[in-house]
Design a protein around this ligand. Structure first.
Ligand code: ZN
Length: 351
């Protein structure tokens, strides 16, 4: 079977033929239908994140596939099911793992980052990582796991979002931000979308979003106040970090909640602490999410298929290098996937 492999840091992926995987005890084998790309894949490529990474590695944390084989101890009922994968694994025995909080386990590992992922025609994984999504599940499901469990954990489980809440979302056209926008909208919240350019605002409108869209700029907090009747927002989803932190605090209403889950612009900030106690704010950090978050996301998306991710670019597995170049481009609207099942011999004809 074909796989795209990160063999060295700071180098492009290399296509390799590898033996088809075999389902060990407790495992299943999937024929990968499609794999979603994440910035994590680029961090693996760069290799300078400070994480202990070992190569070679098949990237790909988001996987949609069909179960083609089951190992000892796994129910035959899974055969033929179309599934997505929980994108992590953990020790299975610590206090966090025992309560299902895998992402808090000190030995947590990410699929496609710490162990081989979905940039391949086939993959063997633990059976307890699979979540059936229905035989008719579209390719958009391939872009769900990482973005949607991260957004769900931050907004819903940690953030306590409620119907009618006003929620500001930074980077609302990107993978994580757009997942958060779609989850919040499906749950009956009012979204104030924040984007980096007028072009991104147009993209959001073209995807059917009809709420407030604000383009980043000096008077952003004032504009958030203007669209909320001077009150500010109940909840902010911030995954940007140093560049947005203080504006996030300022745009919150009294007793507002900051859901914080990323530091793409840096991790050191000066904070006006009067904002925090004066307005009685809650600041909660979260990172990825747990299997229960993925189950909840699947339930939500099956009831609200309009909340599935927007697939902006789609490439065959053979064109994984071009797919990674597409997400490295800062345009960053929507999600990019690899169609693995139809790995072709024709280069460069898709997108
Ligand atoms: Zn553990």
């Amino acid at each position: 079977m074909r796989a795209q492999v990160q063999e060295q840091h700071s180098s492009p992926l290399v296509a390799r033929d590898r033996p088809s995987p075999i389902a060990g005890p407790g495992e299943v084998v999937l024929r990968v239908v499609a794999a979603g790309l994440n910035h994590l894949d680029l961090w693996l490529q760069q290799g300078d994140t400070g994480d202990a990474l070992s190569l070679p590695r098949v990237p790909g944390s988001d996987v949609l596939g069909d179960v083609t084989a089951v190992g000892d101890g796994v129910s035959d009922a899974l055969l033929g099911e179309r599934v997505i994968l929980y994108p992590g694994r953990a020790c299975g025995s610590c206090a966090f793992c025992t309560e299902g909080s895998l992402s808090a386990c000190r030995q947590f590992e990410i699929l496609g980052y710490n162990y081989d992922g979905g940039y391949a025609q086939e993959i063997a994984v633990a059976a307890d990582a699979v979540v059936p999504v229905g035989a008719d599940a579209s390719l958009a499901w391939a872009a769900v796991p990482v973005s949607y469990i991260t957004a769900w954990n931050a907004l819903v489980r940690t953030g306590g979002i409620a119907r009618g809440d006003v929620v500001a979302i930074w980077g609302a056209s990107g993978g994580l931000g757009n997942a958060a926008l779609r989850i919040a909208s499906a749950l009956g919240a009012r979204v104030v979308a924040i984007v980096g350019s007028a072009e991104k605002a147009l993209w959001l409108a073209a995807t059917g979003f009809d709420g407030d869209v604000l383009v980043r700029g000096d008077d952003l907090v004032k504009r958030v106040r203007a669209v909320t009747g001077g009150r500010g927002v109940d909840l902010v989803l911030d995954h940007v970090g140093a560049a947005t932190w203080n504006d996030s605090l300022r745009m919150l209403s009294v007793r507002g909640h900051l859901a914080f889950c990323g530091v793409t612009t840096g991790h050191s900030v000066q904070t006006d602490l009067r904002q925090v106690f004066g307005k009685q704010l809650t600041i909660a950090g979260s990172w990825i999410g747990d299997p229960a978050d993925l189950m909840a996301v699947v339930e939500l998306l099956r009831a609200h298929p309009d909340a599935l991710p927007v697939i902006q670019n789609s490439f065959t597995l053979d064109n994984a290098v071009a797919a990674q170049e597409a997400i490295a481009d800062s345009a960053g609207n929507g999600k990019t996937i690899l169609r693995c099942v139809e790995a072709s011999t024709v280069q460069g004809e898709d997108r």
